[in-house]
Structure formats: C-alpha cells, structure tokens
Design a protein around this ligand. Structure first.
Ligand code: TEU
Length: 598
C-alpha cells in the first residue's frame, strides 16, 4: 500500500470552466455522487464495488462532470449501508481493497475527475474496536469517554438519560449489559443503535480523526463530504429536547417564499433581490425557533473542529476541500460552516426541499446566493441524493414529498409530469452560479422505486419507525446500464441487492446514448454549455418581465427561463441553446419547461 504523501497536483488538467482555477476548482464544480452499493458490480455478488466503479468511470468523464463523491466504502457491518464505519482506514471486502481504491483514484485523476470521499465523524459502528473496548470497560473509564455513555434515569436507571429520539425513529439511547450480565449504562446514538455517537469533547477522538483525514489525503483524495456535520457536539448536560410541532424530527422546516426559516438573523438583504416582492423581510415564529434546532444539533463549539481540519487540509496542494452535510436553518446559521477558515461548501438543502413553485424557488435562490456572499463562499445546488425521494418522483406528486420514501400503498407519482418538471429543474439548477451536486442515475431521469416489496427493505428507518416510514431504499436501486443485459448491466450474474423496477429498462444508459431527446443527452449538453459559458462562475441577474410563474434570470450572455405555471409564456428573441422539453410552438415556453437563450 502506498502511503507516501502526494502533495503535488494529482490532476493533470483543470477540469472546470474558465472561471475556476486549480486553486479554487470546487467553486463552480459539478460533483457526481456515486453510491457504491448501486453503481456497478464487478464481482457479481449483487452489491456494487470499487472495481465496478473504475470500469465505468469513462461514462462520467463523457457526461462532463468535474468530480465524484463516493458514499462510504469503508469496513462496515452495513447496518446503515456503510454509514456505520468499523475501520476508517480500510475498504470493506464487499467493495474491494485499498489497492482497488488506489486504482479507482488513479483512473479518475487520469480522466480529469477529482475524488471526494465520505467522512463519518458523528458516530462509528458498534463493531468499531473502540466501542468494543468501551463495552468491556467500566463506567467512567477513558474507553467509555470516547462515546457518550450515561446512567439512566428513574428507579434502577431503567429510563433513558434524556428524551432524545433517533433520526430513524425510536429512542436515541440504548442500554448496555455489563460484562457481569447486569443492566448497565446507556449510550447515545442519534441514528441507528448500531451507530454510537462519538464524544467530540474527548481529545483522543479529535486526534484520531485528524489522522484519518491525513490517511486519505496522503493517498491523494481531493476532499471530504462530512456526514452529519452539524451533530458532532451536544449541548453540555444533554438537556431534554423540547420538540417544536412545526418542525420535524430534524427540526427542519420546508422553505417558503415569505418568512421561511432563513428570515430573521439572515444577512441576505444586501444581495440579489427576487422580483415581484416575494422576498419578505421578516420571518415566522417557526423561523426564529429554527435557529435553535435542539441540543443535539449545530452547537457553536463545532466550528473549532472544522477550523482544525481546515488547517490540516491547507497543508496539501492543490487545495483539498470539505463539503458539509449539515441540516441547519436558517441559511445564515448554515453559512457559518463555510466561513473562510472552515469548510469550502455546504449542501443547500433549502434548494432541494423547495416545492415546484416559482416564488419559493426565486426566494431560495436569492437567499442562498446572498447569504453565501456574506462569507465569500460559493453556493451549492442539489436536487437528489441517497437520502431523499428522487426528484422526478418528488415533482410528480402533489406536495412533493421529499423524505420518508414512498410505498406501494401510497399515492403514486405521475411519472411523465415528474420527469418533465425534473428536467426543467435540473436545467435551471445547472445555469446557476456556484457548484452543483448530481446523484447517480438522475442523468438517466431515474424515478424512485415506489413499489418495492417491504420484505426487501434494508434502510433501518423502516424498522425503527415501526413501519411508518418506508425509508430510503427506493432511491438506492442499482443503476441500469444496458437494457438487454442481466440486471440491466449492473452485475454480470444478474444479482442485485434491491430489485430494479420495470421502468428502468427503457431508461437504461444504452437506450439513451443515441437518442438526442434523452435525459442523458440533456445533461451532457447542459454540462457542456455550462462549462463553455462559464455559468458556474457567473453572476445571477433577476429578470422580472415574465410574470410570477416564471423563474427568469440572466447569467453572462445566457437568459434562463423556467415556466412553473399552467400557461405557455412568450419567449424573448434569441437563439435557443437548450430546452428541457421540445419547444413545439416556436416562440412560446410551455408549462414545466426551462430554456437557455442567447
Ligand atoms: O444523513 C443525515 C441525516 O440526517 C439523514 O438521515 C436525513 O435526515 C434523512 O435521510 C432524510 O431523509 C447522513 C447520511 O447521508 C445518511 O445516509 C446516514 O444514514 C446518516 O447520515 C447517518 O450516518
């Protein structure tokens, strides 16, 4: 294994548009999320793996993305699909070996693709060596202090130490059995019981993660996606959570055009204003409360951790980056994670959650750009990932349900309408200044698998919620590559860890490659134009001549219009560079369609 520091540029050519340089490549990058279980399976066991990814990387270079982000492939019992890490410095045999990882990295760099890996610092697996040591040690020992162990409340300590709930449902505490067989202390797990939370007040934990960062940086990775970046520190004393009926388990409110969660305390007012007066100055009561999501999230001390990590990253050249997965509102609180000496980017979940509604979309875009500008950070955009309902299905449902999954007995999305809107949403997103994150399969227009048999579900959410939330399996189904091959080309043996829906046949990559109207070719063309016209490094100018139902803006020499209303809208003069659906009536933009005009 090669662990020699590689601090010179691993990428031969600057892969991004004219606006970015080697030094700030991420600012306008399009990053493609690979979910290793479901991308491509080389060894035929039905679960995707690293050699499968390496074999298929050409398809991503051809698509025109700048970087890939790999969801976890580390040693893990897979209680949460790899987000339960047992060894942060090794590859799980399910996915391959460290040598396979090095080969993947080398091939990606050869193709001009940067590689971001997932870092899971909030919790480990319960099979991590440290957790085994903690269970074997006595209460109050240094071994237990690496995690969050507490005595229970009530007689015999039989009640959990506080009222916190797991994000996946059920209590966030599990009681251990002492080596002698007696009931013992409780440990905290904000997610599954197999994912004990680390104690980030413990110096050993901090040292360990600095070493883990350096392990992957020395191998040559270009950055980290930081899982649950808002969760590492908990409020001192672990006080009970006082739930807010207006906010979900995560304390997260769906954005609106008026006072959404980013209203008060939001320094957004100096930036681009949305037209039509839909940028209301104040905020709702829910908005004010949203800045205090609960004693387990977004604690102020967390930022010192990221400053330390940043100092480590900055020793490497060209710059390695961190992107925060932080479910934090309002946006002004989120922007604290991307101050100049902290992370480079944070996922923009307000954008992902925005319903198909022009005033809301304009407001979210305005606020995002303005708030990030206050800290000099680039804004990111994202529509899908491995935790949410895929956007073609979300937009095909009234109300756009984005989390919790969809089951066979739920209302089923309108697939054609959803895909039409999804293509328009993507085309709008790819014209926005900043950086965009794509989730594997969205370039094929893949829908959520909404009729998976419950018997095959693997997301712990399904069990932990007492079968009230289907969970996230429906967006994690193995990709279709070749329509006529076993498992649609995912696996040579035809095995797949989740069944693929019938609709994937017609959406297989080989069927789309030569079809000029396919979603794949829409993404390819949009990414090429985005790069040629440096849209990622551009500046947004709102245009207010198109009425309330149209999201309309200029970026460089491109005019972008997205019609979210029910009636066609007259197009301005100019050349159509690309449109999300066929513009049958020349001069008019049909409903649920986006267009770039020059
Ligand atoms: O997700 C964090 C998280 O909060 C999500 O669980 C989110 O609330 C939910 O999925 C929305 O439907 C990260 C990972 O992305 C996720 O896959 C992991 O399960 C989780 O952390 C625990 O590591």
């Amino acid at each position: 294994m090669s662990t020699a520091p590689s601090i010179e540029s691993p990428v031969a050519t600057a892969p991004s548009g004219a606006a970015s340089t080697d030094r700030d490549w991420w600012r306008d990058a399009v990053v493609y999320q690979i979910y290793p279980r479901s991308f491509a399976d080389a060894d035929g066991n039905g679960v995707g793996d690293l050699p499968g990814i390496t074999d298929r990387l050409d398809a991503l270079a051809d698509l025109g993305v700048d970087a890939i982000w790999l969801s976890p492939f580390y040693r893990s019992p897979q209680a949460d699909a790899g987000y339960d890490v047992a060894d942060y410095r090794d590859v799980d045999p399910l996915f391959g070996t460290l040598t396979d990882f090095d080969a993947l990295l080398a091939r990606a760099h050869q193709l001009g693709l940067r590689v971001i890996v997932d870092l899971v610092p909030n919790h480990s697996s319960d099979r991590h060596r440290w957790f085994g040591e903690a269970l074997a040690a006595a209460p109050g020992s240094p071994e237990r202090d690496r995690y969050v162990f507490r005595d229970g409340r009530g007689p015999e300590g039989a009640e959990p130490p506080n009222n916190w709930q797991s994000v996946f449902g059920g209590p966030a505490w599990t009681r251990v059995v002492d080596p002698g067989g007696a009931p013992g202390q409780w440990y905290l797990h904000l997610f599954d019981a197999h994912q004990p939370d680390f104690n980030w007040d413990n110096a050993e934990v901090r040292e360990e993660f600095d070493a883990v960062l350096r392990f992957w940086l020395d191998r040559g990775v270009d950055g980290f996606r930081v899982d649950v970046a808002h969760g590492l520190l908990k409020q001192a004393g672990l006080p009970d959570f006082v739930p807010d009926p207006e906010l979900g388990t995560m304390g997260f409110a769906v954005p609106t055009a008026e006072g959404d969660p980013s209203g008060p305390g939001d320094e957004a007012s100096g930036g681009d204003e949305a037209p039509g007066g839909d940028e209301a100055p104040g905020g709702t009561a829910a908005a004010e409360r949203a800045s205090h999501l609960g004693p387990m999230w977004d604690q102020d001390g967390i930022h010192e951790i990221y400053r330390e990590w940043r100092r480590t990253l900055d020793k490497y050249s060209p710059p390695r980056i961190m992107v925060a997965e932080a479910w934090v509102q309002p946006l002004s609180r989120l922007s604290r994670y991307v101050r100049p000496d902290e992370m480079h980017q944070a996922f923009n979940f307000d954008f992902l959650e925005a319903p198909w509604d022009a005033p809301v979309l304009r407001a979210v875009i305005s606020r995002s750009l303005a708030v990030n500008a206050t800290v000099g950070a680039t804004t990111t955009w994202v529509l899908s990932n491995h935790d949410v309902v895929r956007h073609p299905s979300r937009f095909g449902l009234d109300g756009g349900r984005w989390r919790g999954g969809i089951g066979v007995d739920d209302p089923q999305p309108d697939a054609a309408l959803g895909l039409r809107r999804a293509r328009a949403a993507t085309l709008t997103m790819l014209a926005l200044p900043g950086s965009a994150y794509l989730y594997q399969g969205e370039e094929l227009g893949l829908p959520e698998h909404t009729t998976l048999p419950d018997s095959v579900r693997q997301d712990p959410t399904w069990e932990r919620s007492g079968h009230t939330e289907r969970g996230r399996d429906g967006c994690r189904v193995p990709l279709p590559w070749e329509s006529g091959a076993p498992a649609l080309g995912f696996s040579p043996t035809g095995r797949t860890w989740l069944p693929q829906p019938e609709s994937f046949v017609a959406l297989a990559r080989d069927r789309q490659r030569d079809d000029p109207d396919s979603t794949l070719n829409l993404y390819r063309a949009a990414l090429r134009l985005r790069r040629e016209r440096s849209l990622g490094g551009g500046t947004l100018r709102w245009l207010d001549d198109y009425g309330p139902d149209v999201v309309a803006f200029g970026n460089g020499d491109v005019t972008v219009l997205a019609n979210l209303g029910p009636a066609p809208v007259a197009l301005p003069p100019g050349d159509v560079l690309i449109s999300s659906t066929d513009l049958a009536a020349r001069g008019a933009l049909p409903p649920d369609t986006a267009v770039w005009i020059r």
